[in-house]
Design a protein around this ligand. Sequence first.
Ligand code: NAP
Length: 449
Amino acid sequence: MKVVLIGYRGTGKTTVGKMVARRLSLPFLDTDALVEEMTGISIPTIFASAGEAAFRPLEREVIASLADFRGVIATGGGAVLDPENVRALRTGGTVVLLEADPEEVVTRIAGSDRPSLTGLQPEEEVQSLLRTRRPFYLAAADICVRTGGRRPDGVADEIIARCAGRPGPVSLPAGFSLPSGEAERLATLGPATGLYGIAGHPALHSRSPLLYNALFARYGMDAAYTFFDHPDFGAVLNAARLLGVRGLSVTIPHKEAALAASDEADRHAAAIGAANTLILCGDHVRVSNTDWVGVRRPLEGVAAERAVVLGAGGAAAAAVYALLSLGYGVTVLARDAGKAEALAARFGCEAGAIRDIDRVRPEVVVHATPVGMAGDPRSLLAPEDLRPGTTVFDLVYTPKETPLLRTAAARGCRTIPGTEMFVYQACEQFLHMTGIRVDDLTMWEVLGE
Ligand code: NAP
């Protein structure tokens, strides 16, 4: 068994960690103490003489050596900002986030010999670092435990009980659809296996379960990813809470509802108006949006002044946001003029009908409607709508070569398939959900493409 305690300084990682280790008859290690042992220099001296930049590689070396350790590990407050550290800590381990309010942290660390990391006053430093570190803490954690105002032995009891896991087998409530054999697979999961899933309707066609389950195995995580296929997002969230789900990928039609149900949203989800990634920390729901990263990455390096987005739904909003972030001028073209104008107005860009593509003469076209999906032979654009050299990115990813991409390739355009969006948004989403960075080549390989 490996239990890893993460969180800000002063949240009780060492005190509680020693108690948990004693009660479970496991060895205890503190990564800061190991760095001091390895170097023969105290942490304050390392920071004072060579700064944080010198400390982090030492910390990384120590944490890398603990991948196979079995026992309780307390980590430094900034350790999980490095995805390589998260990967080593997660291997065969349960990661527990200890949380306390900033005021309590300030009181607990008063008089410490640790140097300031920011040069700010203690209260401001704690607030500022907690704000920036929070997404990393939440991503890396399997379990969140509040330590504020509590005695360490009570916290240790809670950690031990929660690491033991669920009382019964995993079973989805009535009303959820599962593919054949999946209910039986869920019933065999261990009590401590972390649960993740795809929330959507329909969702049973999704490739995410295959992808995530392969990644969990690759990174030695005791975790499973399944289907939460239900038309009502409220029912999905209730089921997720009931089963202690850690994270959800969110797809049609729940992306707006996920944002509305959240306690905390990243700025990208708030600007796009939709979330495709949800993390549960106890009852607290944090959402983010990684779809826009999936549109942006394949276009980075494409120099353009004018781009067109075809469609005015959720994927189109993420595409507009991504294209604006690349500095392109964006026009939204859709069959419903009112919807095109409403989306364009939110982002201060132009709108029109699909036939207006002639007038706009874009260098980049992003297609964000379902036209051409799975056996649909239609393309929203004819060859004469496109100029040779235009970059055409079809967000539809089944099939890989859509009618639009075939038309574009025959016209001498550069084409980008929707699988690129899928892969890049998935890399980013896996990082948000687990704190582990997967590069796109690994993701392609795991997808078998
Ligand atoms: P959505 O919110 O339902 O929006 C669909 C948009 O397509 C709406 O503007 C809709 O117009 C328009 N549309 C539908 N049928 C049309 C037609 N026959 N002619 C013209 N416009 C039409 O869906 P979404 O979430 O934006 O997803 C759109 C597509 O993006 C999906 O089908 C999927 O293939 C793709 N996608 C890919 C990825 C990826 O990872 N590659 C991720 C997300 C989405 P109305 O409002 O007038 O109906």
